[in-house]
Each structure stands twice: as C-alpha cells, then as structure tokens.
Write a protein that binds this ligand. Structure first.
Ligand code: SF4
Length: 447
C-alpha cells in the first residue's frame, strides 16, 4: 500500500462503523451454538480423512499454563508452578493424540505445527522434550515443517532457545504488547526493551528463521505518542513480523480485567487512531501490511504469498502453506476437518475428564454446508489476499446486495475482474468478512 493513501484516512470518518451505526458491528457475538456435532461426528470425520490418505496437515497444541496472569489476558490459561499439574496435562495430551490417531491413523506428515497458549515456554525443558516426543510418537514432523512456538520473553534463556531449535522449532513468536512503563505497570506485564532486544538476538543466534513480535493497541494508559515510541523501539529490533491486535475489555468474561480502570482505556475513535499510527509507522518502516492486523518484512513468506495471491489462513493464523485441515489438541483448541469445525473443552479439568473417559474432548462442533464451506473459503481469500476473482463471486450471489452496499460506502471495489478491498475497507476487513461469513468469527486464534 502506498503510504500516502493513509493520509486520507481520518478516524472520525470511521465513527459510524466503530459504533456499529453503518451495519458493521466492530465485533460480532463470538459463537452461536448451531447444529452441534457430537464427538461421534468428529470421530467419523477423522476416519473419513484417514481413508483419503495422508495429505497436508496443520497441528495446533494449546499449552494452558502461565507463571502469572496478565491483567489484559483473554486466553485460556491457568497459573501454576506445580510440575505435577504439567505432568498430568502431558499425560492427557498423550491420550488425546492417541484417541485422534486411533481414528485417523498414525504417522501423518505435519507441515505446520504451532504451540500456543498460555505460555508454552513456561514448561521446563524435560516437559517440552516430552511434549515433542508425544507429537513424534503419533505424527511425523519433517525438518521442512514450519514449527512455531509462542514465548514469553521473560521466560527464555539461551539454553531454552537452543533446546527449542533442537526440538525442531524454527519460528518464534514473542508476546511483548507494549514497551511503555506506564502501560506495562497497569497491564501487569513488565519487561524492558533491552531484554526484548537481547531475546531477539539470542533467537537469531540459536538459528530461528523467523522472529515475530506481538503488540496490542487500545491498552490502558496507551497514547499515540507512547505507542509511537514502542513502535520505534520494536522496528529497531528488526523482527520478521509484527502483529498488533486490539485489546478487548470484557471483565464479565475475564474477571481479572477488572484490575484495569476503564477510565484509562482509549475510546473507540482514539483506539482507531492508535491502529492507524501502527499502520503508518510500520508501513513507513518498510513492513508490508498483511490481512487486517499483521505486518511482515518484504522478504517474509507471508508478504511474498500475499503479493502472489496465495496466502492462506487456518485456525492458527496466516500461513503460506495450504494445510488442508487442522487438528487441535489441548483445552480450547479449534480444529477444522473437511466440513467440520470443532472446539475442545476450554476448562482444563473438563478436557482431562473427557480424554480419561476415552472421548474426543470436543465441547462444540458445527458442520458447514457445501455452500457455507465455499463462502468460508471465498472470504478467507479476501481476508488473506484482499481480492476475490469474479469466478468466486458466483458462490456469493446472495451477498451481492451487501457487497454492493459496502462498495457504495467505499470499503470494497466491484469490478469486471471481481472484488477488491479498498484502503478504507482494509481497516474494517475483519468485521466485514465475519459479518458476511459468521464461521470466520468463531476462530479463536488471531487472524
Ligand atoms: S502470558 Fe498470555 S496467556 Fe499468559 S496470562 Fe499473560 S496474556 Fe494470558
């Protein structure tokens, strides 16, 4: 995107959208239970997949443990320092992989493995090693696989990073959020820029091919000036990718967020201005804007895939690989197998009890109709590559009046070649696609 285009973007002109007045709610209800699928339906989907034979596969493993709870947290996690609790989790994880393999078959090649959380690197070295042994007992993770791990920079060490490389991880995602002391103090997550810089350097020295940094906009006490200072320091660390999500203050769902005084939060227009600052500063620094909230250096595979119109996404996030289907393990994991979307029990105890009873531990499932499946793929294409060819529009004929309305509002362009997201539409891309295909709003991992 030409940076000068951003000069024409003014937060106040987006207020009707930000307040949901223009038919585009800023966020939709997270999940509606529709045509629930019992575990037996998931078992059958795995058997059907197994009969088709090995194909590309992505695996997400949720590690639901942290050393402390950050005040802004909206993740499924548990604070523990008890090695026995983590041993018990690994026992259940082993059983869950065994259950899935009993339907799917063993030894499928994985082209994308992601350890998320929680804080996966809160696990001790022997726990991390055992976790990967469990994966290797059930699946085959070739050296060429993209293996990513989310890490809290405060919990890393050169030794741990070397172990992670030995275990096959090549991509590291660091949760930084903000570098301002005022913001860090209020969100309960304090670390210096120098420490983050050191961790980035250690990761590169250990041989990680890709180092990414996660930030959040809309945090308490955050101002445009403080965020600009954070961005300047992060840019100087030269991460391959930067992801910047919006903080959601929902203390009714996440009671620890009550520690944050809502008076210290930016309003919706101010929050939009914060994200505009992120887009301006990162694109001026040479980063390519990916999808709605991610940024990558020009040589990064996401940037190259987006430029070529072949970027994909799954429940883990963007990927340059077409993973076909995604299996998720651990509490709250989201999977997609064929037409079936499933989510595991979120509560650690409920997940463990289901696995112990020999059931696939899903708490929710939805079977997409053929039509909805095509719609999901079409809007994913728009989310990832910002265009939709005319041929894909045929599956969206009933959306045409809405698409034309968005085009009249300047958010999309409808041409003879198909559909294109405009610069303004880019800022509303996530809401726009989730409004049109509700299943996209059910994926709990970042987009
Ligand atoms: S590290 Fe992440 S998952 Fe853990 S408490 Fe903080 S925000 Fe939540």
């Amino acid at each position: 995107m030409n940076p000068s285009v951003l000069d024409d973007i003014h937060p106040h002109s987006f207020e009707p959208y930000l307040h949901g007045l223009a038919g585009l709610a800023p966020s939709l209800p997270p999940k509606v239970r529709v045509n629930g699928v019992a575990p037996v339906g998931y078992e059958q989907a795995l058997r059907d997949l197994g009969q088709k034979g090995p194909g590309p596969l992505a695996i997400y493993i949720h590690v639901p443990f942290c050393p402390t709870r950050c005040n802004f947290c909206a993740c499924t996690t548990n604070v523990t320092h008890d090695p026995g609790t983590i041993d018990a989790y690994l026992d259940s994880l082993e059983d869950e992989l065994g259950l899935v393999a009993s339907h799917l078959g063993r030894g499928w090649a994985v082209n994308h493995l992601h350890l998320g959380g929680g804080t996966p690197n809160h696990l001790r070295d022997d726990h991390l090693t055992r976790l990967m042994e469990i994966v290797d007992d059930h699946f085959r993770v070739p050296e060429s696989a993209l293996a990513c791990i989310e890490c809290n920079p405060r919990r890393t060490s050169p030794q741990q990073l070397e172990l992670l490389r030995e275990l096959g991880f090549c991509s590291l995602s660091l949760g930084v959020q903000d570098l301002s002391w005022e913001v860090q103090r209020v969100i309960g997550r304090v670390h210096s820029a120098a420490m983050i810089r050191d961790v980035c350097g250690m990761a590169r020295a250990a041989g990680f091919h890709n180092v990414s940094i996660d930030l959040i906009h809309g945090l308490p006490e955050q101002t445009e000036a403080s965020l600009a200072a954070t961005l300047e320091q992060v840019i100087a660390m030269e991460p391959d990718r930067i992801r910047c999500f919006s903080y959601r203050h929902v203390p009714s769902d996440f009671p620890h967020q009550a520690a944050i005084n809502p008076q210290t939060l930016p309003g919706v227009t101010e929050n939009f201005a914060l994200f505009l600052r992120v887009v301006k500063d990162l694109t001026q620094a040479g980063y390519i804007w990916i999808g709605a909230e991610c940024f990558a250096r020009p040589g990064d595979e996401w940037a190259m895939a987006q430029a070529a119109g072949r970027l994909h996404r799954n429940g883990i996030g963007f990927t340059a690989l077409d993973s076909g289907c995604q299996l998720a393990f651990g509490p709250h994991g989201n999977g997609e197998v064929g037409r079936l979307l499933v989510q595991n029990e979120s509560d650690l105890g409920a997940w463990q009890r289901a696995v112990k009873a020999g059931h696939l531990p899903i708490s929710w499932g939805h079977r997409l109709s053929d039509r909805d499946y095509q719609r999901r793929r079409a809007y994913e294409q728009l989310l990832c590559n910002l265009t939709l060819p005319r041929s894909s529009l045929d599956s969206l004929d009933e959306d045409l009046p809405t698409l034309e309305q968005f085009a009249a509002q300047g958010l999309l362009e409808l041409t003879g070649d198909g559909l294109r997201v405009t610069a303004s539409g880019r800022f509303l891309l996530r809401s726009l696609c989730a409004r049109l295909e509700r299943s996209l709003n059910w994926d709990c991992r970042p987009w």
